[in-house]
Design a protein around this ligand. Structure first.
Ligand code: CTP
Length: 447
């Protein structure tokens, strides 16, 4: 019996898939179809798959063309499967021409002509909401977002706003953005979602205005510098049924999400301490400008507070800060938080360099995320008995902004106004910490 194997995501099953399966089946007597898992697709950067793995398997089953369906979970699995199922032919669409020649060592490899004019990507674009995204601000983070948006379907950057129209114009030329504005009212009329990447002190005002106009908002860090402002923005978003999200890229990437779930399921026992550090020597003028709410705390505290609050919550009983200042802004801050049953601390450097790792200590073991922990692709669970240590690997594509944008798009698509990856209460608590610090509370200044 001649066995043929083929693999795919088979999202929104279409005629191209059916033709491919039929031709693959004709190559032998028995067809095995490998369907990728949701996790595997997400990890390899295919972020926008519409159907779940169960739905995709069911759709393949219904074609009646597969004799056996298996799931593909990891890189390198094809070689294992070919050996395990004693496969004679590996077949795949011609869009992969040459890519799988390395399998010739194990079986025949056949590239089947691809059906023209249809693809899952195209179908997804037809059913996805056409999100017309406007970007406020044209600095480095806005540029990174414009690059990353190419990897997310259902969203098109169609407007850019900057009070200085020349800046908006430069940005539009660089990233092919069709409309430029220096007037926020006109900008708002032509979009249904916005990414706010403007100077810190402007976040609240822009977010409030846009939400009032019925526009979904992805708001850069710091979300707001006052607790009441964060609360108010969420109230407006909730009553207008809009998505409002905190743009902490780390919260939405595969490694961080899995790390939180693993800890919540008890991998290292009860969490007793969280220790995070983040530092950079990059002191751009805006980052250290006291009039633009510069300084390490407003730049980066949200990142450190993310694992602390996701794991220990927002009900700390005490918080204290030690800061080294320069021209009115903190270039180094060491902060401690006390919880009823745990402690936490973080170090932020802006012009001071330290190891940027994350250590989460528990009653059974600890979790170590090496620098730069806020862009995680790897972490390790470590135990007293070192033979129990376990390493976890993930992908972290590009600048990581595609993960938050993808979450934003799918929250809009599914009308999810709560943020499953980062509860509103935590974003509000982060703003509370910013406000408390900026008001000089519990703060010691060192020379
Ligand atoms: N395929 C095909 N003709 C098409 C689309 C896909 O022959 N028009 C084949 C692919 O070459 C592959 C299999 O179908 O062998 C599964 O492909 P998959 O990546 O799931 O489908 P695409 O429509 O290409 O998906 P996407 O747009 O997400 O890349």
């Amino acid at each position: 019996m001649k066995k043929v194997i083929t693999y795919g995501t088979y999202d929104l099953l279409h005629q191209g898939h059916i033709n491919l399966l039929r031709r693959a089946k004709e190559l032998g007597d028995y067809l095995i179809v490998g369907v990728t898992t949701d996790k595997y697709d997400y990890e390899r950067g295919k972020l926008n798959v519409h159907n779940s793995v169960i739905e995709r398997i069911k759709a393949i089953e219904e074609t009646g063309l597969a004799d056996q369906i298996i799931i593909e979970e990891y890189v390198g699995q094809k070689i294992d499967d070919i050996q395990k199922y004693d496969v004679d032919i590996f077949a795949i669409g011609s869009d992969w021409e040459g890519e799988f020649d390395y399998l010739r060592e194990y079986c025949d490899v056949v590239y089947i002509p691809r059906t023209e004019g249809v693809s899952s990507t195209q179908l997804r674009e037809e059913i996805m909401p056409n999100i017309k995204l406007g970007i406020i601000g044209t600095g480095s983070i806005a540029k990174r977002m414009a690059e990353e948006a190419k990897y997310v379907s259902g969203v098109e950057i169609c407007a850019v706003y900057n009070p200085d129209i020349n800046e908006a114009s430069l940005f539009s030329q660089l990233y092919n953005v069709p409309n430029i504005y220096d007037n926020i009212e006109d900008f708002a009329k032509n979009i249904n979602a916005a990414y706010i990447a403007s100077p810190h002190l402007t976040h609240y005002g822009y977010a409030k205005y846009l939400l009032q106009q019925g526009i979904h908002v992805l708001n850069e860090l710091p979300f707001t510098l006052k607790e009441s402002e964060a609360r108010e923005l969420f109230d407006i978003a909730t009553s207008n049924k809009l998505v409002l999200m905190d743009a902490i890229k780390t919260a939405y990437c595969p490694a961080f999400k899995h790390m939180v779930s693993l800890i919540k399921t008890g991998l290292i026992g009860e969490v007793v301490d969280v220790e995070a550090a983040q530092s950079t020597l990059e002191q751009t003028p805006r980052k250290i400008d006291v009039n633009q709410a510069g300084g390490g705390m407003s730049e980066d505290a949200s990142f450190s507070l993310l694992p602390i609050m996701m794991l220990l919550g927002d009900k700390y009983s005490d918080i204290r800060f030690v800061s080294k200042m320069k021209n009115g802004v903190d270039i180094y801050t060491y902060a401690t938080l006390v919880y009823p049953k745990a402690t936490a601390s973080f170090k932020i450097g802006l012009g001071i360099k330290t190891e940027g790792d994350l250590v989460i200590s528990g009653t059974k073991g600890y979790l170590y995320v090496p620098a730069p922990w806020w862009k995680p692709s790897y972490f390790e669970a470590r135990f007293e008995d070192m033979s129990q240590n376990k390493k976890f690997f993930y992908s972290y594509e590009g600048e990581g902004l595609r993960y938050e944008l993808q979450e934003f798009v799918s929250n809009i698509f599914y009308n999810r106004t709560h943020n499953a990856q980062l509860p509103h209460s935590i974003t509000i608590a982060m703003a509370r910490v910013q406000e408390f610090y900026r008001n000089g509370n519990n703060k010691v200044i060192i020379g």
